[in-house]
Design a protein around this ligand. Structure first.
Ligand code: HEC
Length: 134
C-alpha cells in the first residue's frame, strides 16, 4: 500500500468516526431537550407536533429566527410590545398565558427546540397552518 493510500484511509476513517460522534452528540442533545420540555412544564400547554392548549412550535427558529425564540421564552409579554408577529400569535391563543423564564439559558432553549424539531414536521398540517402569522 502506498503512503498516499494510507493517508486516504486514515482520512476516511477519521471522517466516519467524526460523523459517528456528532450523531451521538445530537442524540444526547435531543434527550436533554426532551427532559427539559417536561421538567420546565412546556408539555402542559404544548405538544411536540400538534396543538394542545397552544400551538406546537416546531421550526420556530427557522420561521422567526433564534433570537425571537429566546425572547419568546424569556419574556413573551415584552416581545409582544415590539413584535407584531408575537402579538398576532398571542391573539390566536389568548385563552392561556405563557409564563416567563428569564433565566433559561440559550443552550437549554436550543435543546428544547432540537427536541421538538427532531419529530417529523408538516408545514401544511391543520395546526401548523392555523398558527401561521404571515
Ligand atoms: C401555560 C401555558 C404555556 C406553557 C407552560 C408554555 N407555553 Fe409556550 N406558549 C403559550 C402560549 C399561550 C403561546 C402563544 C403566544 C403567546 O402567548 O405569546 C405560546 C407560544 C410559544 C412559542 C412561540 C410561538 C409559537 O406558537 O410558535 C414558543 C417557542 C413557546 N411557546 C415555547 C415554550 C416553551 C419552550 C415552554 C417551556 C419552557 C413553553 N412554551 C411553555 C403557552 C404556554
Amino acid at each position: 500500500m502506498t503512503n498516499t493510500f494510507k493517508i486516504y484511509f486514515l482520512i476516511a476513517g477519521l471522517t466516519i468516526l467524526l460523523a459517528f460522534l456528532q450523531k451521538l452528540d445530537k442524540a444526547k442533545q435531543i434527550e436533554r431537550g426532551k427532559s427539559l420540555f417536561y421538567k420546565k412544564g412546556c408539555s402542559s400547554c404544548h405538544a411536540e407536533t400538534t396543538k394542545k392548549l397552544d400551538f406546537p412550535f416546531q421550526r420556530d427558529r427557522e420561521i422567526y429566527g433564534r433570537e425571537w425564540v429566546y425572547q419568546m421564552i424569556w419574556n413573551n409579554q415584552l416581545l409582544r410590545i415590539k413584535d407584531i408577529r408575537a402579538l398576532e400569535l398571542f391573539k390566536k391563543c389568548y385563552n392561556t398565558f405563557m409564563p416567563v423564564w428569564p433565566n433559561m439559558t440559550k443552550a437549554d432553549i436550543d435543546a428544547i427546540c432540537d427536541y421538538v424539531d427532531s419529530f417529523p414536521y408538516d408545514p401544511n398540517s391543520k395546526d401548523n397552518l392555523e398558527r401561521k402569522v404571515k
